[in-house]
Design a protein around this ligand. Structure first.
Ligand SMILES: [Zn+2]
Length: 99
C-alpha cells in the first residue's frame, strides 16, 4: 500500500518537487530585485528534502541570486542559525544606508 505524501504547512503545491528529481518540498518564493541592468535578483524560500520524515526533516532557507546581466544563478542553502545571523547582520547594516 503506497504511503500518503504529507507536506509541511509552508509547502507551495505549485513549487513542490517532493516526488520529482530534486525530492524537495518548496515554499513560495519571495522575490526581491532592482530594476537597473546589473542589479541582483534574489529569490528566497523554505525548502527541505522529501526523503526525510516530517517534521524532523531539516528546513533550510534557499537563496537564489541572479544578476540581470549574467544568466547564471548562484543558489545557497542556509540553515536556521545562518539565516538568523544573516537577518541580524542585515538589521545592523540597513539603518546605516541612506535612501
Ligand atoms: Zn511539498
Amino acid at each position: 500500500m503506497p504511503q500518503l505524501l504529507t507536506h509541511p504547512e509552508w509547502c507551495d503545491p505549485a513549487e513542490c518537487d517532493a516526488v520529482g528529481p530534486f525530492a524537495q518540498h518548496r515554499g513560495r518564493a519571495r522575490r526581491i530585485g532592482g530594476p537597473r541592468p546589473g542589479d541582483v535578483h534574489i529569490a528566497a524560500r523554505l525548502t527541505c528534502t522529501s526523503d526525510d520524515p516530517l517534521p524532523e526533516a531539516p528546513v533550510s532557507v534557499e537563496l537564489v541570486l541572479t544578476r540581470t546581466e549574467h544568466p547564471a544563478d548562484a543558489a545557497y542553502l542556509l540553515d536556521r542559525s545562518t539565516a538568523h545571523h544573516l537577518h541580524a547582520a542585515l538589521g545592523e547594516l540597513l539603518p546605516a544606508m541612506t535612501a
